[in-house]
Design a protein around this ligand. Structure first.
Ligand code: NDP
Ligand code: MG
Length: 399
C-alpha cells in the first residue's frame, strides 16, 4: 500500500511518438537524436530540419530512417549530400519548410531546437495544429509568448531548457495558486566575479570556454553576458504565468540545482541531478513517464558543497535590460532580442567588445515603444527594424 496518492498524469501512449527535430544539427538537436536512439521502442524520428548542414542531415536521415528532411537555406537545396537521402524521403526547402514539416499528419511531436527568433513561425504552427511542442527555442517564446501561450493546452508545451524543466518538474501535482516564487539558478558564466574594467578585455574565445555546459556559440555568449538568464526569466514568466519580479536569479556555481520553486507555506522544492542536457530533453519526450537515465548518476557524498550568490546585474547589464524588457512587455522583448542577436554575432566575429553588447541592446530598447503584441507579421517587422537599429548602434559604438 502506497502512503501517497499518485497525482501525476499517466500516459495513454499506445505507439512510439512520431517526432520531428528542428535544428537537428545543433547542440540540442544532436543530443535529442542521441536520446531518441536510446529509446527506439518509444520514439520514432520521422523528420529533421536544419538551415544549411546538409551533410549532417543526410547522415542522420540515413541513420534514423526518416521520412522527411527540411533545409531552410535555399542556397543549399542542391548540395550533393542531399542526393544520398533515404529512398522515399521527402525534401522540403526554404523558409516555410520548418512550418511545413511540423504540419505533417505523420508528426505527433515537434522538438524545436532552432536558435533565435527564426524558430517562431514553426512553434506557432505546431501549437496551432495541436502538436506537442518540446521547446528549447527560448528566443521565440521570449519574443512571442503573448501569441504562443494562449494556444497551449495543458501538457502540450514541455520546456527543454534545464531550468524550466526543473521548475516544471517541481510543479507537477501542485496547485498553481500555491506558487509563491521561482528561484532560477545560474552558473554565473565564465566571467563570474569580474569587474567591468576586466570585462572590457575578454574575447569570444574566453567566453566560449563555459564552465559547465557544451552549447551552441550563441547561447554560450549569452551565458557569459547573463543575457541567457535574462531570456530565461522572461521564458519562466510566459511558461508559468508569473510576474518578472517573482522570478529571482540565484547563482549556483556548481550547476547541480537546476532551479527551485517556493510555495506559499515557505516550502522550497529543488530539482537536482547531473548537468547533462539529455536529461531535460528526455524528460520532455517521456513526460509524464520517466525513462532510464541517459547520463551518469551523481554521488552526492562526493559532491562539492553547494553555494548560492546573488546575480550581479550592475556588472552584467544584459540581465537587468532583459528584466526591464519583460516588465515593459509588448514588443519590447522583441526589440531587445533582435538587438542581442545582432550584437552577440558581432562580438563572436570580433566586431565589438563584450560590454558593447549591452550598449547595443540598451540603445535599441531606448528607441522602442512597448506597443502591445498583435501578430506574427508585426513581430517580424519589429525584429527587422530592431536589427537595423542595432547595426546602426554598432557602427556608432565601434567608430
Ligand atoms: P546551435 O547553434 O548548436 O544549433 C542551432 C541549430 O538551429 C542548428 O541545427 C542550425 O542549423 C539550426 N538553425 C539555425 N537557424 C535556422 C533556421 N533559420 N532554420 C532552420 N534551422 C536553423 O544551438 P543550440 O543547440 O545551442 O541551441 C538551440 C536552442 O536551444 C537555442 O534557442 C538555445 O537558447 C536553446 N538552448 C540550448 C541549450 C544548450 O545546451 N545548447 C540549453 C538550453 C536551451 P545549421 O547547422 O544548418 O545552421
Ligand atoms: Mg538554461
Amino acid at each position: 500500500m502506497n502512503i501517497f496518492e499518485d497525482t501525476a498524469p499517466t500516459s495513454s501512449r499506445k505507439r512510439p511518438i512520431r517526432v520531428v527535430v528542428l535544428g537537428a544539427s545543433g547542440s540540442i538537436g544532436m543530443q535529442t537524436l542521441d536520446v531518441c536512439r536510446q529509446h527506439t521502442d518509444k520514439v520514432e524520428v520521422v523528420g529533421l530540419a536544419v538551415r544549411s548542414s546538409t551533410e549532417f542531415v543526410a547522415r542522420a536521415a540515413e541513420r534514423h530512417g526518416v521520412r522527411v528532411v527540411a533545409v531552410t537555406d535555399e542556397r543549399h537545396a542542391k548540395d550533393p549530400a542531399l542526393e544520398s537521402l533515404p529512398a522515399g524521403c521527402d525534401l522540403l526547402v526554404g523558409d516555410d519548410a520548418l512550418e511545413e514539416i511540423c504540419l505533417r499528419d505523420d508528426v505527433d511531436c515537434v522538438v524545436s531546437a532552432v536558435v533565435g527568433f527564426a524558430g517562431i513561425n514553426a512553434g506557432y504552427a505546431a501549437l496551432k495544429a495541436g502538436k506537442t511542442l518540446l521547446y528549447a527555442n527560448k528566443e521565440s517564446l521570449v519574443v512571442g509568448g503573448d501569441l504562443l501561450m494562449p494556444l497551449v493546452a495543458p501538457g502540450q508545451l514541455i520546456p527543454v531548457d534545464s531550468e524550466h524543466s526543473a521548475i516544471y518538474q517541481c510543479l507537477v501535482g501542485e496547485r498553481r495558486s500555491d506558487l509563491h516564487r521561482i528561484w532560477l539558478t545560474c552558473s554565473g558564466g565564465p566571467f563570474f566575479g569580474m569587474s567591468r574594467r576586466q570585462l572590457l578585455n575578454v574575447t569570444a574565445g574566453d567566453a566560449l570556454r563555459h564552465p559547465t555546459w557544451q552549447m551552441g556559440a550563441k547561447i554560450t555568449i549569452d551565458s557569459a553576458t547573463l543575457m541567457n538568464k535574462g531570456l530565461e526569466v522572461l521564458e519562466a514568466h510566459h511558461l508559468f504565468d508569473v510576474d518578472v519580479d517573482d522570478v529571482s536569479v540565484l547563482v549556483q556555481r556548481q550547476s547541480m540545482i537546476h532551479s527551485m520553486v517556493e510555495f506559499s507555506d515557505g516550502v522550497v522544492k529543488a530539482q537536482l541531478g547531473p548537468s547533462d542536457m539529455r536529461i531535460p530533453i528526455q524528460y520532455a519526450l517521456s513526460y509524464p513517464e520517466r525513462w532510464d537515465s541517459p547520463a551518469d548518476r551523481v554521488d552526492y557524498c562526493g559532491a562539492p558543497n553547494f553555494t548560492f550568490d546573488r546575480a550581479d546585474e550592475d556588472t552584467f547589464g544584459c540581465l537587468a535590460l532583459a528584466k526591464r524588457a519583460g516588465r515593459e512587455g509588448g514588443i519590447m522583448p522583441c526589440a531587445m532580442n533582435a538587438a542581442n542577436e545582432v550584437a552577440n554575432l558581432a562580438f563572436r566575429e570580433d566586431r565589438c567588445n563584450f560590454l558593447d553588447i549591452e550598449e547595443v541592446v540598451r540603445s535599441v530598447m531606448n528607441e522602442t515603444k512597448p506597443d502591445p503584441v498583435e501578430s506574427l507579421e508585426q513581430l517580424h517587422e519589429v525584429d527587422a527594424r530592431s536589427r537595423e537599429a542595432a547595426s546602426r548602434a554598432l557602427a556608432r559604438i565601434s567608430r
